[in-house]
Design a binder for this molecule. Structure first.
Ligand code: FAD
Length: 349
């Protein structure tokens, strides 16, 4: 069997590596550097905490597979500093974790159990002890190494069903496969539409900004998800390097809409996030020292969405890094069996 994976982000590489372990003749097509678009940067947040028990269970399976990857890589791929979820969502997410039977703790804001760069915030807070920082730099090295020469540096122009298989066209070249996985991130909707699969097209700009931690900050700090409250941004935050704290915010959608252009959206996000840090994080200097930009399809939340037409399967969703090892296994199995994984979590409106 020959399988083409389109996209060498974390999802496509995970699927490629899972297929290679099954002895499948798989080729991963990537138009640029691997893991340089939505998978760019060196860190992400891992959490079991989700809004519904199914997603908590899926995250648990992914965490176990991260452990397997870590063994194979010979280095820890998740730093287990815990993840805290605060604000309106904490209670409901705690219930989902309880229903899934995983360890968690609900505490009041200001509890000494919390290791955050803030003193006060809208409580209560949920502690997810299995959460932590995904070391994307190490994941990238592991996956690129494992995919090896199976990474093809090409821009795929089109995918077409033919009588003998699925033709993948890249410039003047074409190759035919028994199955195709579209894992092309921002490029997915254009390629999928060519074979009649509809996936979200609307894109938004997003920026995560890093700031210096003040020496008095507690160590190690937990990752932190804050819900929006009383005009204060919802954010996600974590330590992304020695002495460095990364913050991404749910900036007003009008400021980051695609039509505004990347530069204006980055500037607006930078101002909003820096303002939040100055006002709410006493252990962080509001002085930007780094940024990671990406696009995303707004409104997807934490869901995993799959769509198949014939021999082609497309995947989309947001916050996919934490599910990467699991997605790799699911996509590999589906490519071989010709099946479609069940959707999970919220889908786009
Ligand atoms: C700042 C930021 C913070 C985030 N925080 C978190 C977090 O805390 N936790 C979490 O789990 N997730 C988080 N995410 C989301 C997560 O990183 C992404 O969901 C995940 O990396 C997506 O991986 P992907 O493989 O689907 O997409 P990508 O990494 O974008 O990979 C798609 C690849 O396809 C290639 N491609 C596209 N079209 C073509 C074509 N026609 N031909 C050839 N190649 C093509 C692209 O070059 C790209 O490399 C965050 C993302 C960002 C940017």
């Amino acid at each position: 069997m020959r399988v083409a994976v389109i996209g060498g982000g974390v999802v496509g590489l995970s699927a490629t590596v899972a297929l290679l372990r099954q002895g499948i003749d798989v080729w991963c097509h990537e138009r640029g550097e691997p893991m340089a678009e939505r998978s760019a940067g060196d860190t992400r947040i891992f959490r079991l905490a989700h809004a519904c028990p199914d997603m908590v269970r899926l995250a648990g399976r992914s965490r176990a597979l991260f452990a397997t990857w870590s063994e194979r890589a010979g280095v820890a791929l998740v730093d287990e500093v815990g993840t805290v979820v605060s604000g309106a969502e904490a209670g409901g997410w705690a219930e989902a974790m309880a229903a899934a039977g995983v360890a968690h703790e609900l505490v009041e804001a200001g509890s000494p159990r919390l290791r955050l760069p803030a003193v006060t915030f809208a409580g209560p807070a949920l502690i997810d002890p299995a959460g932590g920082v995904i070391r994307v730099d190490r994941v990238r090295a592991f996956l690129v190494g494992a995919a090896g020469a199976r990474l093809r540096p090409v821009h795929v122009d089109a995918i077409e069903e033919t009588a003998s298989g699925v033709r993948v066209r890249a410039g003047a070249e074409s190759d035919t496969f028994d199955a195709v996985l579209i894992c092309a991130g921002a490029g997915t909707s254009a390629l999928a539409a060519g074979v009649g699969i509809d996936t979200p097209r609307v894109l938004e700009h997003h920026l995560r900004v890093s700031f210096p931690l003040r020496p008095a900050a507690p160590a190690p700090l937990s990752c932190w998800i804050t819900a929006p409250a009383d005009g204060v941004l919802g954010t996600y935050q974590h330590q992304d390097g020695p002495g460095s704290w990364a913050v991404g915010g749910d900036v007003d959608p009008a400021l980051v809409t695609w039509a505004n252009g990347r530069e204006a959206a980055e500037e607006a996000s930078l101002a909003a996030v820096t303002g939040y840090v100055a006002e709410h994080l006493p252990f962080v200097e509001p002085r930007p020292i780094g940024r990671v930009y990406c696009t995303h399809n707004p409104g997807l939340g934490d869901g995993l969405q799959f769509a198949r037409r014939g021999r082609v399967l497309a995947v989309h969703g947001e916050n996919l890094m934490k599910f990467a090892p699991l997605l790799g296994e699911m996509l590999a199995r589906s490519a071989v069996e010709g099946s479609t994984p069940e959707n999970a979590g919220p889908s786009v409106a």
